[in-house]
Design a protein around this ligand. Structure first.
Ligand code: CO8
Length: 258
């Protein structure tokens, strides 16, 4: 499939999606989101891909949903096409790990997309924000919910109510990003991290992702029980036998991802 708004590269075992709409700071329009959905589904189906990185340009991961595309929309249209959920949440449906590598602006839908990924590595140039309030609307792709879970009520409320941006240092301090790296190293660092994950046992990685995500959806007791059950299930994998044998034999494990 050929893409117009994104670049897709898969140097196995990692799939890389680069948002590529520089004239609009990677503003997310319907076409771009359709293309990203296709690319993510392709990676999900490709058994040689075991981790995914989504990035933008040095100036912008994405400056939000495309305001010009939305400006004339009315309520009935938004409702009838279920604006946003139709294809905006594909990243949350992927079972393989996805890293957001963010440089420059991650605003509005851009910040929301980054937060839908499993974790965010930020360049020291990154700026995060939910400025929708300045447009007379509010975040519509999970911003009020996910930002609050990442950084807590006070900071999320201030950002959502004022549109204030958070720089990379504050984002790391607040738990929004896992770490900050120099801008020039961002994509290499994210790919290196993705390759490290891709070398591990894919069933374990996917189950680990599912377990961490459970922490947001359930009580502590149920989450701990879920973790225990899936922990038990990993003893049915060849990779558990290999991982523990490799430790005992003082060698590097060679996982079969089964
Ligand atoms: N939508 C459309 N075009 C955009 C967007 C955007 N979000 N952001 C930037 N652009 C365009 C500009 O219009 C400009 O185009 P042109 O050259 O044709 O005039 C080009 O990108 C460059 O932008 P600027 O000249 O403004 O660049 P600056 O460096 O001066 O400023 C900023 C950079 C601060 C990032 C500024 O562009 C800006 O404030 N952008 C808008 C940020 C924003 O409000 N984002 C939130 C959008 S609403 C949203 O995301 C709702 C999400 C809900 C989910 C939606 C599901 C579909």
């Amino acid at each position: 499939m050929s893409y117009k708004m994104i670049l897709v590269d898969s140097t196995e075992p990692v799939g890389l999606i680069t948002l590529n709409r520089p004239e609009a700071l990677n503003a997310l329009n319907g076409e771009l989101m359709n293309e990203m959905t296709q690319a993510l589904r392709g990676f999900e189906a490709d058994e040689n891909i075991r981790a995914v990185v989504i990035t933008g340009s040095p100036k912008a991961f994405a400056a939000g949903a495309d305001i010009k595309e939305m400006q004339d929309m009315n309520y009935v249209e938004a409702y009838m096409k279920d604006f946003i959920t139709a294809n905006w949440e594909e990243a949350t449906r992927c079972r393989k790990p996805i890293i957001a590598a963010v440089a420059g602006y991650a605003l509005g839908g851009g910040c929301e997309l980054a937060m839908m990924c499993d974790f965010i590595i930020a360049a020291d140039t990154a700026k995060f924000g939910q400025p929708e309030i300045k447009l007379g609307v509010i975040p519509g792709a999970g911003g009020t919910q996910r930002l609050t879970r990442f950084v807590g009520k006070s900071k999320a409320m201030e950002m959502v109510l004022t549109g204030r941006m958070m720089d990379a240092e504050e984002a790391e301090r607040s738990g929004l990003v896992s770490r900050v790296v120099p801008a020039d190293d961002l994509v290499d660092e994210a790919l290196k991290t993705a390759r490290k994950i891709a070398d591990l046992s894919l069933p374990s990685v996917m189950i680990a992702k599912e377990s961490v995500n459970k922490a947001y959806e359930t009580t502590l007791q149920e989450g701990v029980m879920f973790e225990r059950r899936v922990f038990h299930s990993l003893f049915a994998t060849e990779d558990q036998k290999e991982g523990m044998a490799a430790f005992a034999e003082k060698r590097t494990a060679k996982f079969k991802h089964k």
